[in-house]
Design a protein around this ligand. Structure first.
Ligand code: FES
Length: 155
C-alpha cells in the first residue's frame, strides 16, 4: 500500500486526517501501525494524536478485518424477531464467534445494538448492504455468495 500516495491526494494537510485514515482503511481493511506512523510523520503530528483519532472512531480498526464484514443487529426490536438465532447461524456457517475475524481473513462477524431501521428487522448488514427481514434460512446463501465472490476475485 502506498500511504504517501493517499496523503498526497489530500495535499498532506492535517485537516484531512480522517479522510486519509478512511482511505488507508478502505485499502487495507484496517489501519496498520506502520501506516499510522507514516501519516503522523508526513502530517507533522504526534503519533499519539493520530492513534487517538484512529481509536476514537469505531469505524476504524487497528487489527486486520475480513474481506467480508457481517454485522448482525441484536437490538431489542431485532432480538424479539429472532436475531439471536440468526447470529448463531452466521457463527456456525462462518466458523467464528461474534466480534472475531476468520483466520483466512475472509469474514469479520460483529453485532450492533440498533441500525436505526427497526421496522425491517431483523437486520443484517453484509459489506455495507442492508438485509431486512432476515431469516436463518437466508444465512447460508449470503455466506456462500461471499465465498463465491472471493473465489472469483482470486481467479
Ligand atoms: S433494533 Fe435492529 S435495527 Fe433497530
Amino acid at each position: 500500500m502506498d500511504v504517501d500516495k493517499i496523503i498526497d491526494k489530500y495535499g498532506g494537510k492535517r485537516r484531512y486526517l480522517i479522510a486519509i485514515l478512511q482511505d488507508v482503511q478502505e485499502e487495507e481493511r484496517y489501519l496498520p501501525k506502520e501506516a499510522l506512523c507514516r501519516v503522523a510523520e508526513r502530517l507533522g503530528m504526534p503519533l499519539v494524536d493520530v492513534f487517538g483519532v484512529a481509536t476514537f472512531y469505531s469505524a476504524f480498526s487497528l487489527v486486520p478485518r475480513g474481506r467480508h464484514e457481517v454485522t448482525v443487529c441484536v437490538g431489542t426490536a431485532c432480538h424479539v424477531r429472532g436475531s439471536r438465532r440468526i447470529l448463531e447461524e452466521f457463527e456456525r456457517r462462518i466458523g467464528v464467534r461474534a466480534g472475531c475475524t476468520t483466520e483466512d481473513l475472509e469474514f469479520t462477524l460483529e453485532t450492533v445494538n440498533c441500525l436505526g431501521c427497526c421496522a425491517i428487522g431483523p437486520v443484517v448488514v453484509v459489506d455495507k448492504a442492508y438485509n431486512g427481514e432476515m431469516t436463518t434460512g437466508r444465512v447460508k446463501g449470503i455466506v456462500d455468495r461471499c465465498r463465491e465472490a472471493a473465489k472469483v476475485e482470486a481467479s
